[in-house]
Design a protein around this ligand. Structure first.
Ligand code: DGL
Length: 291
C-alpha cells in the first residue's frame, strides 16, 4: 500500500481562483482595449501588464513571441487572475492557440486565456459588402496568416489582403504618434495596401497600438471604407463571453480597481499611459525571474 493510503492529492491548480482580469500587451497598445473593456465592465478588477522592455513583438519569431507571452500569462496567473486577455494581435496570432491547447489543460485547467482576433474577424465579415477586406498589422501578425485563416473558416469566398506596417508600433511606443513625421509612414502603408486591392471596403486595424494613430489613419483612408478598430469589439465580445460562462464571471472580483505593471520604467509608463487613458495612471515596474 502506498504511503498516502491510496489518496491522491488534488493539485492546487485544479481549485478555481478568484481575482482580477489580466490584460496583456507587448506595450501601450493594449491600453486601447483595456479602456473599452473598463467602460463596458467598470465594476470588475483588472491588472494591466505591458512588456515595454521587450516591445515591439511584431518583428520577433514565433518561438520568441510564444515564450514572452507565456511568461506574461504565468505572471498574471501568479497575481491571481482567473482570466487573461491577450490584448495584442501578435501574441494572439502566435501564442494563443498553443497556450489554450497545450499549456492550460495541464497547468491551469480552470483558467482561461482569450485573444482579440476572432471578434475582429467576425465583425469585418459582417461589414464588408465588396467581399474584399484589408488588414493592417505587424509583420508578425501578417506572417502568421491568422486573419485570412480565421476569415476563411467563416466565409471562404471573402478575400483578405494584408499589409505589414513595421514602423507604426515603434512610432507609438516612442511617443511619435502625433508627430508630423508619422504622416509619411501612415500614408505609405495605407497606399500600398489599397494599390494591391482597390476593391477593399473594410479595413481591419489588426494591432492594438493602431487606434493611437487613428486620427492620422482616418486622414488617409478614402471615404467609403469602413475602418474596424478593436477596442469596442473585444469589450462586447468579453461581455458576451462572461454572460455565457457564469462560473468564470463569478470568479472575477468586483472592486472597480485597475493596477498597472510594466517591465520598463514605471515613470515612463505612467506618463504615457496617463496620456493615452486621459486619467492619472500609477504603474509599477515588474521585476521577477522571468519578466
Ligand atoms: N499591440 C500589439 C499588437 O496588437 C503590438 C505588437 C508589437 O509589439 O509589435 O500586435
Amino acid at each position: 500500500m502506498s504511503a498516502n493510503n491510496g489518496l491522491r492529492a488534488t493539485p492546487l491548480s485544479a481549485f478555481p481562483v478568484t481575482g482580477p482580469i489580466g490584460v496583456f500587451d507587448s506595450g501601450y497598445g493594449g491600453l486601447t482595449i483595456l479602456e473599452q473593456i473598463r467602460s463596458h465592465l467598470p465594476q470588475l478588477d483588472y491588472i494591466y501588464l505591458g512588456d515595454n522592455a521587450r516591445s515591439p513583438y511584431g518583428t520577433r519569431s514565433f518561438e520568441v513571441v510564444y515564450e514572452f507571452t507565456l511568461e506574461a500569462v504565468k505572471t498574471l496567473f501568479d497575481m491571481g487572475c482567473p482570466l487573461v486577455i491577450l490584448a495584442c494581435n501578435t501574441a494572439s496570432a502566435k501564442a494563443l492557440r498553443t497556450i489554450q491547447q497545450t499549456y492550460l489543460p495541464t497547468a491551469h485547467p480552470t483558467r482561461r486565456v482569450l485573444g482579440v482576433i476572432r471578434p475582429t474577424v467576425e465583425q469585418a465579415c459582417l461589414v464588408t459588402r465588396s467581399g474584399h477586406i484589408g488588414l493592417l498589422a505587424t509583420p508578425g501578425t501578417v506572417l502568421s496568416a491568422s486573419y485570412p485563416l480565421e476569415v476563411g473558416k467563416l466565409y471562404p469566398q471573402l478575400t483578405v489582403t494584408s499589409q505589414a506596417c513595421p514602423l507604426w508600433v515603434p512610432l507609438v511606443e516612442n511617443g511619435e504618434a502625433d508627430s508630423d513625421g508619422a504622416d509619411y509612414f501612415v500614408e505609405k502603408y495605407i497606399r500600398l495596401l489599397l494599390e494591391r486591392d482597390p476593391l477593399i471596403d473594410t479595413l481591419i486595424l489588426g494591432c492594438t497600438h493602431y487606434p493611437l494613430l487613428l486620427g492620422k489613419i482616418m486622414r488617409y483612408v478614402p471615404s467609403g471604407i469602413t475602418v474596424i478598430s478593436q477596442g469596442g469589439l473585444v469589450a462586447s465580445s468579453l461581455c458576451d463571453y462572461l454572460a455565457r460562462h457564469r462560473s468564470m464571471a463569478a470568479r472575477i472580483t468586483q472592486g472597480g480597481t485597475c493596477r498597472f505593471y510594466t517591465t520598463e520604467s514605471a515613470e515612463k509608463f505612467s506618463a504615457s499611459a496617463s496620456l493615452f487613458l486621459h486619467t492619472k495612471v500609477e504603474a509599477q515596474t515588474l521585476r521577477n525571474k522571468s519578466l
